[in-house]
Design a protein around this ligand. Structure first.
Ligand code: DI6
Ligand code: FE
Length: 407
């Protein structure tokens, strides 16, 4: 048998269980075959086997391809003008009353054709993937009716076909109340459960179901209805939980075996305990924390003590996290949240994969896992959260194929 590709003269941050920080292997060799990792270990133990292509990496570090596990990448327009207004003192409420905020993105998303959505999101996707992101989650939630939620998810699927990245889709129809349901949030939740989610499941357009459980969005009782529907349809759930206040959404999501709870600045000790018991990933989103000038920190030590895995993601969206850099999020996760650089990298690889239900196949350099690799011009893995701005990514392999060759 001949391997497709053999990488040598590199250092590997496997992120697998190991006595070494980062699961590191000095002077590693990595063999790829059929889109999977066929062999990885110290070069001196490499079995003598032919490879179609062998590449020496000059001592560079190799990590799993990065996983961005929470984004709202597909939408029409942007909110830069609103950003300027807010800096001049107009409040979020005033902007919302004038038809701005999420409502303006819903309007622009409904007005955009699918080609336009694919093109604008594609540009953003290229920025993200240039930093070694090989798996990304994309949510709907700016359509808020059957046709437009469907259009967003179709756009997300098409992005996955057009770009060298694995796309996981999430239906977030329960994100905000659409204008045609003003004053009738129960009516909208019924629409989500009776019409939108079943249709998305029927067309296999959603890999998971999400909701925004918050005073300004949907109640725990409404969220429960969404989750019951998801369960009936056989779809895993996740939740925007305790971002602005403690609603107990975390306990609810944990009771439904959620893949992740996301944001979590206001999560309680009970919420943490429930997550730990159910094996739910805590997805932290430092970009939204930064853009909202939030001061309440998510309880990092609580997660650590309870053994809750922590993931880090961009939460890319036009309102509260218009970032195009997952590496910048690693910097913020260390500087704002005091994660160690190793925890931050776990958060954008292994734990992020778990938050997408991909723990068995993505997020680690292990035999049998997807051949998704990022190659870095750095001397130590801590540099991935140390630098902010700039991009040390020298090479990318997705599904066993070169996306970017090392110079
Ligand atoms: N939480 C957020 O921070 C974003 N959505 C959510 O559920 C805000 C989205 C937006 O302002 O467009
Ligand atoms: Fe979000």
């Amino acid at each position: 048998m001949t391997w497709d590709l053999l990488l040598t003269d590199c250092r590997a941050a496997t992120m697998a269980d190991s006595s070494q920080p980062y699961g590191a292997i000095d002077d590693a060799a990595i063999a790829l075959n059929g889109g999977k990792i066929a062999w990885i270990g110290p070069r001196r133990e490499l079995p003598s086997q032919q490879a179609t292509e062998t590449v020496r990496l000059g001592g560079r570090w190799v990590s799993p391809g990065l996983v961005d596990c929470h984004t709202h990448l597909v939408y029409g327009g942007d909110r830069a003008a609103e950003f300027e207004q807010r800096l001049k003192g107009t409040t979020y409420e005033e902007i919302a009353k004038a038809g701005g905020g999420i409502a303006s993105t819903v309007k622009a998303t409904r007005a955009a054709g699918i080609d336009e959505l694919v093109a604008s999101a594609g540009k953003r996707l290229q920025e993200l993937t240039a930093e070694g992101v090989t798996t990304i989650e994309i949510k709907s939630g700016y359509g808020l009716d059957l046709d437009n939620e469907r259009k967003q998810l179709l756009a997300a699927r098409r992005l996955g076909e057009m770009h060298p990245v694995t796309v996981r889709t999430t239906c977030l129809a329960a994100h905000a109340l659409p204008p045609e349901f003003t004053g009738d949030s129960d009516g909208y939740i019924a629409r989500v459960c009776d019409q939108i989610l079943p249709a998305m499941a029927c067309e296999s357009l959603a890999d998971a179901v999400d909701a925004f459980c918050e005073k300004i969005a949907f109640t725990p009782a409404q969220t429960r209805k969404v989750f019951e529907t998801a369960k009936r349809l056989g779809l895993p759930v996740k939740l925007h939980a305790e971002q602005l206040s403690d609603q107990g959404g975390t306990q609810l999501a944990s009771a439904f075996g959620a893949l992740s709870c996301d944001h979590l600045e206001f999560v309680s000790d009970d919420g943490i305990a429930a997550m730990a018991k159910a094996g739910v990933v805590a997805v932290l989103l430092p970009g939204a924390f930064y853009a909202l000038r939030e001061t309440k920190l998510p309880p990092i030590d609580g997660f650590r003590k309870a053994g809750v895995p922590i993931a880090i993601s961009t939460d890319h969206n036009p309102g509260t996290s218009p970032t195009l850099s997952l590496l910048l999020m690693l910097s913020m996760a260390t500087t704002f949240f005091r994660l160690t650089p190793e925890e931050a990298l776990q958060g954008a690889t292994r734990h992020a994969a778990k938050a997408l239900g991909l723990a068995a196949s993505h997020g680690q350099l292990q035999p049998g896992m997807a051949a998704d690799l990022a190659i870095w011009s750095i001397e130590r893995p801590a540099e991935l959260s140390y630098w902010f701005g700039g991009n040390p990514c020298a090479g990318i392999i997705q599904n066993g194929s070169w996306v970017k060759r090392c110079a």
